[in-house]
Write a protein that binds this ligand. Structure first.
Ligand SMILES: [Ca+2]
Ligand SMILES: [Ca+2]
Ligand SMILES: [Ca+2]
Ligand SMILES: [Ca+2]
Length: 493
């Protein structure tokens, strides 16, 4: 329409003051109240949440998701008045600013600030507050602020949010709250500050109207898809296999995580999504594999679980007759992997006590992985050949030592016949720190039966090594393994 005040100003002294005539002194940019308002929001400005002018979309943008987005000083003024940098600051220059009047005498929208009410990033459905810093003219009751929202800043369709009135002349903040609708990853708000009667329009033609947009990244809630494509259901695996997954998202995938039996193996941040899996670290038997896709808004989707059978000849299996882990075929490695993890009823030691014929019980004092446990045993030939008489082998024991680890001791024993064990002391090792560690010793396999065994005894024992200790933190674990007949270092058998 038209603005009465400048015509009236010629006639009336009161109106003259609001007409933008030279005799009227400019007020400061910020009143004290607004200055403190600006300060109270400035911590967010220093972080991510500070808009920059987007030369493609031609309006201020916060392109990274955060709890707020602030136009800062980018929108101060209206069109050529001020001037307003990058005017008109409407997406794709879709709506011009009015050019009448004077900066900070007549209307301008100077700043837009959007923030989540309850913290957390700007997210679909989150309640947000929009704060508009406006300059109202002296006859401020004539002025009106209309706020609009576009669910897709790249293809804006403006929905009216609120119509608000200034309560004073000069610089002030007007606010409203609304729930952010679902939409594209980049959404926008538009403020239309006008000296005009009539209904709200996203683009008004009146010559004192300022239109300003603010574009901001929004966390979306559309979850990604995830499929574990390799290995396939029901297959047998050994050694190292490559896990593969496919993942899609309406925006972008941040990473794909790979889970083995409910434990996180690792993740891949770029397609093709894959990760090597050393199955020697997983017990023989059924393993459940899941790929979990995470999108850039941290929405997650887990794939359908894929079950495979881990079959590593070097992984010991529980022998229900002898009642301890056993490698029944001759190889270079025999490893209990997870079977011995824990002690007695402290932790997940399956089939405790894991001593041949249950010849020695575990003691149950203390707490799993605070106090002592022997968690894993392996025996490996030094030359990499199959186990045989007279061959050098390395025994490795993974232990959990108490924080007062200097009281802890590992004693190793050997039985040349696992079916009728007579234990011979091998050596004593001590932890070098607290917590998880691997202690190793080397021995030569003596003559004996085709099925031999080692026993590891870990905890706080008395002054001498015993094959069965009564100390209340003692863990006893045996490992049975097949040994080839014949001379050392031959492969004839
Ligand atoms: Ca402006
Ligand atoms: Ca503008
Ligand atoms: Ca154990
Ligand atoms: Ca045990």
């Amino acid at each position: 329409m038209y603005k009465m005040k400048c015509f009236a100003g010629v006639l009336m002294g009161l109106a003259l003051a609001s007409c933008g005539i030279d005799a009227v002194p400019l007020e400061p940019l910020e009143s004290p109240a607004v200055a403190s308002e600006l300060k109270s929001t400035s911590p967010q400005q220093q972080a991510v949440g500070v808009a920059q002018y987007d030369p493609v979309r031609q309006a201020p943008i916060c392109s990274a998701s955060s709890a707020s987005c602030d136009s800062g000083s980018l929108l101060v003024g209206r069109g050529a008045l001020g001037p307003e940098l990058g005017a008109p600051n409407t997406i794709n220059a879709s709506c011009a600013d009015g050019s009448s009047g004077k900066f900070h005498v007549d209307e301008s929208l100077d700043r837009l600030y959007i923030a989540t009410v309850f913290g957390g990033p700007l997210t679909e459905g989150a309640q947000v507050t929009v704060s508009a810093f406006v300059w109202a003219e002296n006859q401020y009751t004539h002025d009106t602020l209309d706020l609009f929202h576009a669910a897709d800043a790249n293809n804006p369709s403006w929905t009216h949010i609120a119509t608000l009135k200034p309560g004073n002349k000069g610089l002030q903040v007007i606010r409203t709250s609304f729930p952010l609708p679902a939409g594209a990853p980049l959404q926008a708000i538009r403020g239309v500050f006008r000296y005009q009667t009539g209904s709200a329009k996203s683009c008004a033609t009146e010559s004192y109207t300022d239109h300003d947009d603010l574009i901001f990244a929004v966390n979306e809630k559309m979850p990604p898809t995830a499929v574990l494509t390799q290995p396939t259901e029901g297959t047998s695996v050994e050694g190292t296999v490559l896990l593969k997954a496919e993942a899609t998202d309406n925006v972008a995938i941040q990473r794909v995580k790979f889970w083995v039996n409910g434990r996180l193996l690792g993740s891949d941040e770029s397609a093709p999504y894959e990760l090597p899996w050393n199955t020697l670290e997983t017990a023989n038997g059924t393993a459940t594999l899941v790929a979990e896709a995470v999108d850039t808004s941290s929405n997650t989707t887990s794939s359908t679980a894929v079950r495979v059978t881990v079959m590593n000849a070097s992984t010991a299996v529980y022998d229900p007759v002898l009642r301890a882990p056993s490698c029944a075929t001759v190889g270079s490695l025999c490893d209990t992997v997870t079977l011995l993890n824990g002690r007695g009823n402290q932790g997940p030691e399956l089939n405790s006590p894991n001593t041949i014929n249950t010849s020695c019980i575990d003691r149950n004092a203390g707490t799993y992985h605070v106090d002592e446990s022997l968690d894993r045993l392996s025996i490996t030939t030094v030359d990499g050949g199959p186990r045989a008489l007279g061959q050098q082998v390395t025994i490795s024991a993974t232990v959990w030592a108490h924080r007062n680890y200097t009281s802890d001791t590992l004693d190793l024993f050997h039985a040349p016949d696992a079916n009728n064990p007579s234990w011979t002391y091998v050596t004593t090792l001590v932890p070098t720190g607290s917590g998880r560690q691997v202690l190793s010793a080397t021995m030569t396999l003596p003559a004996g039966s085709p099925l031999q065994a080692i026993r590891a005894v870990f905890g706080i024992r008395g002054t001498t090594a015993e094959i069965c200790s009564a100390g209340s933190y003692m863990d006893h674990d045996d490992l049975i393994f097949a040994v080839a007949d014949g001379a050392p270092a031959t492969s004839g058998d």
